[in-house]
Design a protein around this ligand. Structure first.
Ligand code: HEM
Length: 479
């Protein structure tokens, strides 16, 4: 009898306990539901504030919203309710400390075009595995072996611009594309360069087109080019498997025995990496040339730093090719790169989507809403970077405070190609500043707003070799 009462008591206690937990969960969920949404306006039904954003310089839109509502506000863009955030703390919350609550999100048409299995679209184990493989190929230990090859590509590119009127952005895109192929396929890249280039350029043209897959449309042509790219990649994979050599490039990393990536996964990620590398790095290079031409003193300081590297190599009778160690002796050049990354903020923001209702600073970010960390607003905050519109590389003589400088993002999706980007920019600047001068053609002061902000018309410049002044020989001096 005692045993039965005990049994009944335990039964009731467990039911009561489960009920209590359930009620508490409901209570907390419902109280979270009652949290207010961030301030801001959702605009017109469905279209929201899309026209306000796209009919002007998007940075003016972001800045005016921030001024009115503060560093977290709601809006409605391209059919999606969004929360935009522009404080370092909020960006850290979304990208780092609560990254698991915010998944990356892209329009379905972009996923189809780049490939659904590409790194940017994933979270969890598959993402972590890809990230490890990409980082393995782009970490300093791997990159130090390709400095001289990058230098070869840089010299070759600049040579082809000599005494020409060039569109800086377009030419930088070609340079960055060739470096990306080198980092992905190693020296084999030269064999496939033309075919890959032809297909990739068609694919890219359709990236921002209407996603209508009918014959004749840009989107259709892009999807066809994508298929052809995958076939070329399949051919490269099969040739490598037959050769059975080890390779230290990105493809070698993806093909490692233990990795068990499918050919489709490899193709999606190679196309994805080229995409991630190209316009970003090319637009930063374009802005650097613009800022250097507008700031002769900074250009002079960079040139002297680069000339000192040449002189020290001559004195030590080192090989004339640049080494990884040389690229680490460029503090002024690095600060120019940092300041350009800050002021141009070529990726003004990124997108995430809340996977659950999330509370931030007393506001509700509802499940399914897009969340946009606004990198540019943080980089242009006068409280963090005084006189933010002034190009002043010396501000980076002191390291910026944590989470205030995020040109390469932050957290688990931050850019694994940042070392490669900085390396190729430094190598190109070494040759440009020491052997060439350039001038911007036309009064190109405007900014072009597309997916990336660019100097007007891609910055047309004319580039010419510097006149080499050979010192007089001793006998000439004595005469
Ligand atoms: C100056 C040039 C570059 C800039 C400013 C830049 C910027 C960024 C940013 C901000 C992100 C994070 C996006 C997010 O969190 O949603 C990112 C991700 C990424 N970047 Fe870069 N990037 C540059 C160059 C490169 C290069 C050269 C490569 C490869 C060779 C590369 C490969 C990637 C990849 C694969 C990701 C996705 C990482 C992931 O999802 O885990 N990027 N980049």
């Amino acid at each position: 009898m005692e045993f039965t009462s005990m049994f009944k008591f335990c039964g009731f206690a467990s039911i009561f306990f489960v009920f209590l937990i359930h009620s508490l969960v409901r209570f907390f969920n419902s109280s979270r539901r009652k949290l207010p949404l961030p301030p801001g306006s959702l605009g017109w039904p469905y279209v929201g504030e899309t026209f306000q954003l796209y009919s002007q310089n998007p940075n003016v839109y972001f800045a005016s919203k921030q001024k009115r509502y503060g560093s977290i506000f709601k809006t409605h863009i391209l059919g999606c309710p969004c929360v935009m955030i522009s404080s370092p703390e909020a960006a850290k919350f979304v990208l780092v400390t609560r990254a698991h609550l915010f998944k990356p999100t892209y329009p379905a048409s972009k996923e189809r075009m780049l490939g659904k299995q590409a790194i940017f679209f994933h979270q969890g184990d598959y993402h972590a595995k890809l990230r490890k493989l990409v980082l393995r190929a782009f970490m300093p230990e791997a990159l130090r072996n390709i400095v001289s090859d990058i230098e070869f590509i840089a010299k070759d590119s600049i040579k082809s611009w000599e005494d020409q009127l060039i569109n800086t952005f377009q030419e930088m895109k070609t340079f960055v594309f060739n470096v990306a192929l080198l980092a992905i396929f190693g020296k084999d890249e030269i064999l496939y360069r033309d075919d890959l280039k032809r297909c990739y350029y068609i694919l890219e043209k359709g990236y921002n087109s209407m996603p209508i897959n009918l014959p004749g449309t840009l989107f259709h042509k892009s999807m066809k080019a994508r298929k052809e790219l995958a076939q070329i990649l399949a051919k490269i994979l099969s040739t490598r498997r037959q050769m059975k050599h080890d390779h230290n490039d990105l493809l070698g990393s993806f093909m490692g025995d233990k990795e068990s990536l499918t050919d489709e996964q490899i193709a999606d990620n190679i196309i994805g990496v080229i995409f991630a590398a190209r316009d970003t790095t090319a637009s930063v290079l374009t802005w650097i040339l613009k800022y250097l031409s507008e700031n002769p003193r900074v250009l002079q300081a960079v040139t002297e730093e680069q000339e000192a590297i040449i002189r020290s190599k001559e004195e030590c009778s080192d090989e004339r090719v640049l080494t990884w160690a040389d690229t680490k002796k460029m503090p002024i050049t690095s600060r120019v790169i940092q300041e350009t990354l800050r002021i141009a903020s070529v990726l003004s923001f990124t997108f995430r989507e809340a996977v659950d209702d999330v509370e931030y600073e007393g506001y509700l970010i509802p499940k399914g809403w897009k969340v946009l960390p606004l990198f540019r607003n943080i980089h242009h905050s006068p409280d963090i970077f005084p006189e933010p519109e002034k190009f002043d590389p010396s501000r980076f003589e002191v390291a910026p405070k944590p989470n205030t400088f995020m040109p390469f993002g932050n957290g688990i999706h931050s850019c694994p190609g940042n070392e490669l980007a900085k390396l190729e920019i430094s190598v190109l600047l070494h040759h440009l500043t020491t052997k060439y001068r350039w001038s911007v053609v036309g009064a190109e002061n405007g900014i072009q707003y597309g997916p990336f902000a660019l100097p007007q018309n891609g910055l047309p410049i004319r580039l010419s070799p510097k006149k080499v002044t050979t010192p007089k020989s001793l006998s000439q001096v004595q005469e």
